[in-house]
Design a protein around this ligand. Structure first.
Ligand SMILES: *Cc1c(COP(=O)(O)O)cnc(C)c1O
Length: 368
């Protein structure tokens, strides 16, 4: 990899393959794997990620919205793509792109049947989402009899999957809650399996579900964050490899006197003579203001340089008083050498939020 000359997000597909194989090793070989590539594959590059995983043998993909699935198809992705949260207006587009809808409410179920029947579809594959306690999307277990009878009345759809989503699978303190979600899912899904004679895939686990609740693996798992190199625990983080490294360079160095301020609103006032470096990325690139005011630091020549003052739209300033560095030197924000999880935690957030926020202005550089 040549030295970065601007802000870039390096995406290492070898690390992706490593993470995929690691997660695969956690489930029986008969269990299918669905890669969650929503939100530009967690802020990386959904087509590059999905193509690599398709070659590596992934069974299924998931995205949040129909447009994201359309984008995968335009990029040549052929494996089934589950749309987790389709909206009524996008159902035609969803079908045109051979995407699989997750039906989560009576409204969207009815709308989808209407669209499918108008198009004279037969046995179009759908998944049903059951709400087992997250209270975000999904049919309540009490609605299942009605869902079964609605599905039986149409030949336009075929139910090929049932799933639910765990709300706290990474949190040992919420074990009881997670076990109750698993039990509710088991009961509700068994009722559905009994109602149909064809094969229906059951899936419940996200990344932390796979790692912490092997008893909840069923027929397929949905993994997102693990593929990108984070496992929601110190032990798992050690086994996974972050695929994305956000790098930049030093644009300018300033030597300021004690009492001078740095940046907007004078949020940093130098207590002593200070050397600062200005970096070409800011909140418009995804480094939010929550990381400013010395909450977090970047890495320059192996040393931590705290972000001082307020993060600007296009720039941040860091304290390099004790670091031997020059204009043009490399800066690591997060990635291989420096966990996005730790960077995020220092400002009170999580890797998911940090990595998915990296905006489209940042150039992606794929390494295979
Ligand atoms: C985002 C999402 C996932 C992936 O979760 P990770 O914790 O990133 O593995 C799985 N299932 C659903 C329904 C999701 O929304």
């Amino acid at each position: 990899m040549p030295k970065a000359q601007e802000t870039v997000l390096e995406i290492d597909l070898k690390s992706l393959e490593h993470n995929y194989q690691y997660l695969r090793s956690k489930v029986a070989h008969t269990v299918k794997m669905m890669a969650v590539v929503k939100a530009f594959a967690y802020g990386s590059d959904s087509v590059a990620i999905a193509s690599k995983l398709e070659k590596a043998g992934i069974d299924h993909f998931a995205v949040a919205y129909t447009k994201e699935g359309e984008n995968l198809r335009a990029g040549g992705i052929e494996k089934p793509v589950l749309v987790l949260h389709p909206q009524s207006h996008s159902l035609k587009l969803l079908i045109d792109n051979c995407l699989t809808p997750s039906l989560y409410s009576k409204h969207i179920l009815t709308e989808f049947i209407k669209t499918a029947e108008e198009l004279n579809l037969k046995d179009y594959p759908v998944h049903i989402n059951i709400n087992t306690g997250l209270n975000r999307l999904g049919f309540s277990p009490e609605e299942i009899d009605e869902v079964i009878s609605i599905l039986r009345k149409t030949s336009a759809l075929q139910l090929v999957g049932i799933y639910s989503h765990l709300g706290a699978s990474e949190d040992p303190a919420e074990k009881e809650f997670t076990l109750s979600q698993i039990a509710t899912f088991k009961k509700a899904s068994e009722k559905i399996l009994e109602a149909f004679d064809h094969n229906i895939l059951r899936h419940l686990c996200n990344t932390s579900g796979i790692l912490n609740y092997p008893e909840a693996i069923f027929d397929m798992v949905r993994t997102g964050i693990g593929l990108y190199g984070y496992g929601n625990s110190v032990e798992e983080d050690e086994k996974l490899k972050p695929i994305g490294t956000l790098k930049t360079i030093i644009s300018q160095i300033h030597h300021i006197k004690a009492g001078e301020s740095v940046g907007y609103n004078r949020a940093f006032i130098a207590k002593k003579d200070t050397t600062t470096a200005t970096l070409p990325l800011g909140h418009a690139d995804g480094i939010s203001r929550i990381y400013g005011k010395q909450k977090t630091a970047v890495l320059i020549n192996g040393k931590e340089a705290p972000i001082i003052g307020n993060v600007c739209m296009d720039m941040i300033m860091v304290d390099v008083t004790d670091i031997d560095c020059n204009e043009g030197d490399q800066v690591i924000i997060f990635g291989k050498e420096r966990s996005a999880e730790k960077f995020a935690n220092k400002a009170g957030t999580i890797s998911y939020e940090l990595i998915t926020a990296i905006s489209q202005r940042v150039k992606r550089f794929i390494i295979d």
